[in-house]
Ligand binder design. Structure first.
Ligand SMILES: [Zn+2]
Length: 200
């Protein structure tokens, strides 16, 4: 029998649904919020409400934005519309923008193509990518998914899908740590991987 009050049990259950938070961590966090720092709990409640109400996905690149339609990156007319960089998640856009040497546009998949786990074209933003490529003046698609088996498979899937169009498909150079997630790759390695990208 769970002796915790019901609202606390609910909070623990919901916190434990977050990535890398198990039940023990969720319990510790919930305990901290209700018994040590109610001010922080209130601020978090407000921040969660605001973020869910005001942050959406950009309708073109699926990066996070406060705008109704296009994010500031997509609205910037000074970027190079012949280059499109495909990433797994919004944090990867931040990592690449930090390098400061990529001037093209982005497309955020929100996952990788992994049919064995039931993640097909419809579950990530691949269909939207191919539709976008029908109309955008893209000459090079740079697949910057992580260097995992699924990241590689996603890159091949995209490359196979755009064969026959006048678009080249490149992949970040080897040298990215195997199993590497862009988010945790240091800037020099990522910058080199970008510069040394090769055709798929
Ligand atoms: Zn955008």
């Amino acid at each position: 029998m769970n002796l915790f009050p019901l609202p606390l049990q609910k909070l623990i259950r919901d916190l434990s649904k977050l990535p890398s938070i198990g039940e023990k961590s969720a319990t510790r966090l919930a305990y901290h919020l209700v018994s040590k720092d109610k001010v922080l709990a209130g601020r978090l409640a407000t921040a969660l409400r605001e973020v869910t109400e005001s942050v959406h996905l950009c309708r073109q690149c699926f990066f996070l934005t406060e705008e109704e339609h296009l994010c500031p990156l997509c609205r910037n007319p000074h970027r190079d519309s012949s280059l499109l960089c495909i990433v797994e998640k919004p944090m990867d856009v931040i990592s690449i923008e930090r390098l400061g040497d990529f001037r093209g546009y982005y497309h955020v998949l929100h996952g990788v193509w992994a049919p064995l786990r039931g993640i097909n074209e419809e579950e990530i933003r691949l269909k939207e990518l191919f539709l976008r490529l029908d109309h955008a003046p893209v000459k090079e698609v740079i697949v910057a998914t992580g260097s995992t088996v699924e990241g590689d498979a996603t890159a091949m899937y995209i490359a196979n899908h755009i064969v026959g169009r006048s678009i080249i498909c490149t992949r970040l150079a080897q040298g990215m740590p195997k199993g590497g997630d862009l988010e945790y790759t240091d800037e020099i390695t990522l910058s080199r991987a970008f510069a040394g990208r090769s055709n798929l």
